[in-house]
Design a protein around this ligand. Sequence first.
Ligand code: EPS
Length: 387
Amino acid sequence: MPIRFLTAGESHGKALVCILEGIPANLELSSEYINRELQRRQRGYGRGGRMKIESDRVEFLSGLRFGKTLGSPISMVIWNKDWENWQEKMAYEGEPSESVVPFVRPRPGHADLAGGIKYNQRDLRNILERASARETASRVAVGAVCKRFLEEFGIKIGSYVLSIGKVKPPIEEQDLWRRHQLAELSEVRFPDPTKDEEFIRAIDEAKEKGESLGGVFEVFALGVPPGLGSHIQWDKRIDGRIAQAMMSMQAIKGVEIGLGFESGERFGSEVHDEIGWSEGEGYFRYSNNLGGTEGGITNGMPIVVRCVMKPIPTLTKPLRSVDINTKEGVKAGKERSDVVAVPAASVVGEAMLAIVLADALLEKLGGDFMEEIKERFERYIQHVKNF
Ligand code: EPS
């Protein structure tokens, strides 16, 4: 696995930090490129007050010189503007001041209780700070670097929202990239901005009721060559690696590739993608029901992944819980939060898919600098066409 990354940072700490290793030398990269992706993650109707405070931007700490990667670990920091308001409550050293009120009423659905038990923390803030989806800003920064890398090989990644709560308008536009472009114009990343109002109404209604909402989004990759991942071992299978990456995102409860669960309801002839061949181009498929993977290997068709996000666990009309000190039945604690974050999760999904594919492409091609990797890529593409 050539690509490795770690993130660090509490939601209301000073900053989010990440280290990305494995990106080859001589890749052109700019903070502007990464910041564009970070801004995309901040959008979406139904986000809470935090997104008005933050304007996420990355600062490079290593791995880059004069706009090109060095092949060394790329480390990046995203400063939390909100830190200014949390310095006392999140102080790194000293004793807690009187203003620090421990969080003792775990929210059903959040990591609060399970994490508190596991790490023996009686102030559940010590868990929720790291469990927060604020961490996904780091993933988007890492994913942006991987996207930049994949672009050099003509691989493009996009996404759009399919549903929020029960709102699920039909999608007419079939071309995946077109859907992505239309989603960029929508306040909820739906690939038809004329439907935004329907979503906004549902989100407003949920907010009024003290509720939150989840939903489904689809992430895809175009231009992925056949041959990434492998059938030979469970942990090399590309579909397994994609599913793990997606499931690791906060609040994701299900992942499907291609037709996914629906394939279990069809005959084999209605599922498997028939094979064709054309002069100059080589093999192609008449359909893409399997979402671009067969036997744990990419097959040259677009990778299509669908994820479901559960509703955000912080409710302004909270559910039943227990005070971890008194053991009394109480209402769960409240935190400032979002009503819905599916559009943001869809952007994070792009980042996770980019990370997996960059890793698999580097595994396939090897190499330490862009020029040699590109040469190998061209040779491999010739092999694919001539096979
Ligand atoms: C998030 C920042 C958080 C939340 C959200 C995601 O900001 P704050 O907690 O300061 O309001 O908006 O986190 C959660 C939904 C969660 O459950 O923790 C972000 O940057 O995406």
